[in-house]
Design a protein around this ligand. Structure first.
Ligand code: NAP
Length: 279
């Protein structure tokens, strides 16, 4: 199948690598000429250009650019597409993108591969990034079922588990497990930096090990991605943050009152609940 990818960064480049090894012909479009050259050299794509007209031959186009640019790219892409071409995106937020893109192209299906890391750009592209991860598709009442079937089949061929839900449900779910953690994690770093005693701060930085590496990882990653998540999933994120603040206040109260039994019960409940999020 001829598959077009717009935005040859971490996600677009990694998709190119894996789709190519599954036998697809990859037409890549990126903003910078140098990125296109690197994508060709690294065998991420078969053809590359900064011009969206390259995608006229594509049967499927996957838009892998930052969230805020996706709808305008779909609008600029439309004049080159044949009526059967399926257009999808990989944006981490779905409702505003699906609302903007569906009127532009009736064969549009929102998607979100739940894999990534804190790096960005073409040099971050890697093979097998998606193996074992979830891929969520968010059709509306007007999305052609064949678009869902074809994209689910491609995702499964990459070794991914597919899920289908509404854009709204997607955004509320990822607010809990992806966007809230980014904000909590970045705020952890902010809070540590408030330490006034430079000797304590320097020692803390030297002693930080796997626990801090795990808890600060998502908050110390791509700033543009974190900002876009908050901007485009604002309502759902604020809802999750309000609950987080409430839960944090409760824990502070337990510690202030030295209610160690209550605190231990909370920790036990969460120890049992955690695996349900990680299966
Ligand atoms: P990234 O590494 O920064 O890659 C985005 C690429 O898009 C850049 O390399 C840039 O290419 C290109 N680009 C930017 N504006 C463009 C434009 N107007 N036209 C064509 N290309 C353009 O970011 P990413 O992490 O892959 O994220 C891309 C999308 O994936 C986002 O929508 C994000 O929400 C979603 N996503 C990210 C993750 C994650 O963990 N990172 C996970 C799932 C989904 P040039 O080098 O040519 O400038």
């Amino acid at each position: 199948m001829k598959i077009g990818i717009v935005g040859l960064g971490l996600i677009g480049g990694s998709l190119g690598l894996d789709l190519k090894t599954r036998g697809h012909e990859i037409l890549g479009v990126s903003r910078q000429e140098t990125t296109c050259q690197i994508a060709l050299e690294k065998n991420i794509v078969d053809y590359a250009s900064t011009d969206l007209s390259l995608l006229a031959a594509a049967e499927i186009v996957i838009v892998c650019t930052p969230i805020g640019s996706i709808a305008s790219i779909v609008a600029r892409l439309v004049p080159y597409l044949s009526p059967d071409t399926i257009v999808t995106d990989v944006g981490s937020v779905k409702e505003p993108i699906v609302e903007a893109c569906t009127p532009l192209w009736s064969n549009f299906l929102g998607g979100h591969p739940m894999a990534g890391n804190t790096d960005r750009g073409i040099h971050a592209a890697q093979t097998d990034l998606f193996t074992g991860a979830a891929y969520v598709f968010t059709p509306t009442a007007t999305t052609p079922p064949v678009a869902v079937e074809k994209l689910e089949a491609i995702a499964r061929a990459l070794g991914m588990m597919t899920y289908v839900c509404s854009p709204e449900v997607h955004d509320r779910a990822v607010a809990w497990i992806s966007h809230l953690p980014v904000i909590i994690s970045t705020n952890l770093i902010t809070s540590c930096l408030q330490e006034r005693d430079s000797q304590v701060l320097e020692l803390a930085q030297k002693l930080a090990s796997s626990g801090f590496r795990d808890t600060s990882r998502v908050g110390g990653g791509n700033p543009e991605l974190g900002m876009m998540m908050a901007k485009y999933n604002r309502q759902a994120l604020l809802r999750s943050l309000a609950q987080y603040r409430h839960s944090l206040d409760e824990i502070i109260t337990q510690i202030e009152r030295e209610n160690w039994d209550n605190l231990e019960r909370v920790l036990e409940t969460n120890q049992q609940a955690r695996p349900k999020f990680l299966n």
